[in-house]
Design a protein around this ligand. Structure first.
Ligand code: NAD
Length: 335
């Protein structure tokens, strides 16, 4: 854990390196508001651990890390101070000499990575024009679709989304793309977002629009959470009607024991850190010796389906949950 006050911006920058067993620790840089540095450090530690498992289960040559630029409540950065904070953060990353590689995350963008790159070479997710892997969302969406197909296969014996009913909750960067890919593959879509401006586009595409609460508990073949974390808990799971869940949202389970509850209800759940790894798989291609290649990135993203099939097989063989099986697979890969 490295905490350093940026000389240009006066803001605290944090890097947490959780593991470098499989390679340099990789994880996004979050620019976020925290009450104090302790809360920011806790968040960085928790998120960096999550990255270790995500990369390990996907078999990537990467460890887990996370960066944070700490904003204080009510603090708004003008363009100059924001740039100063990004340069400060890059300098913090540089001091770790490659044990941590940064990328975009909540509050930062591909364009911000270009600024960070002025003070460190250990940055990924640069724009395609600068030879980077660009926006990770299309690859995250593609990976989620592979995860949905593997989940359909396990739940219904056929991976094809054709004729399947799917509820996508959250039509953001990832959710909208997932919905479009499923639509093209012949699925029937029920969609929801708290942002009602998305309704017109969804209906124009022929999708049924509903509220997020109704979409969560709809009687569809697969539920696809693509908004916030914590949506599966002891209150929501008893009301679910979908027999399968696979989506992009991070930390979908409010607590680990919800995995047991899902299993008791015979609801098949694709562990989020397996299903939503497409973005990091794409970045890993950028760090390969040959440099970034979108064709290779697509092929690697398809492997998410194979990893998930293995997780489901392991869970069935051991009589455990997919969460336990995915965690065990990640630990094996970390040994
Ligand atoms: P986004 O901010 O672009 O989209 C989120 C969407 O969800 C927005 O349209 C928002 O209005 C909507 N939303 C928020 N709260 C909602 C609620 N309670 N009910 C319904 N809709 C709600 O984010 P994104 O990049 O599409 O990411 C979506 C999820 O996937 C997040 O949990 C993110 O952490 C995770 N994820 C994203 C990536 C990526 O490459 N972008 C990679 C891995 C994981």
């Amino acid at each position: 854990m490295y905490v350093r006050r940026g000389p240009r911006s006066g803001l605290f920058t944090i890097v947490a390196v959780h593991s470098t067993v499989r390679g340099p620790s990789l994880g996004g840089c979050r620019m976020w508001t925290y009450d104090d540095n302790r809360a920011a450090v806790r968040d960085a530690l928790r998120l960096s651990e999550g990255m270790t498992y995500k990369s390990a289960v996907a078999g990537l040559p990467l460890g887990g890390g996370k960066g944070v630029i700490v904003l204080r409540p009510g603090e708004e950065l003008d363009a100059r101070r924001r740039r100063a904070a990004l340069l400060d953060f890059g300098e913090t990353v540089e001091r770790l000499r490659g044990t941590y590689v940064t990328a975009e995350d909540v509050g930062t963008s591909t364009r911000d990575m270009t600024v960070i790159a002025k003070t460190t070479g250990h940055v990924s997710g640069l724009s395609r024009r600068s030879g980077g892997s660009g926006d990770p969302s299309p690859f995250t969406a593609l990976g989620v679709v592979h995860a949905i197909e593997a989940t359909l296969e396990r739940a219904f014996g056929d991976p094809s989304p054709r004729g399947r009913t799917v509820a996508v909750v959250g039509l953001g960067h990832v959710g909208l793309r997932v919905a479009k890919l499923l639509h093209r593959a012949g699925a029937e879509l029920l969609v929801a977002d708290i942002d009602r401006t998305k309704r017109a586009e969804a209906e124009a595409l022929g999708w049924r629009w509903t509220t997020p609460a109704k979409a969560m508990t709809a009687a569809v073949d697969v539920l696809v959470p693509c908004a916030l974390g914590g949506v599966l808990d002891h209150e929501s799971v008893p009301r679910l009607q979908a027999p399968a869940i696979a989506g992009a949202a991070n930390n979908q389970l409010a607590s680990a024991d919800v995995a047991d509850l899902l299993r008791e209800r015979e609801i098949l759940w694709a562990p989020d850190f397996v299903a939503n790894a497409g973005g990091i798989v794409n970045i890993a291609v950028e760090l390969e010796p040959g440099g970034y290649d979108p064709t290779r990135a697509k092929a690697r993203t398809a492997e998410i389906g194979d990893t998930l099939r293995r997780v489901y097989d392991d869970a069935a063989a051991a009589g455990t949950t997919p969460l336990a099986a995915a965690t065990a697979l990640a630990r094996r890969n970390l040994r």
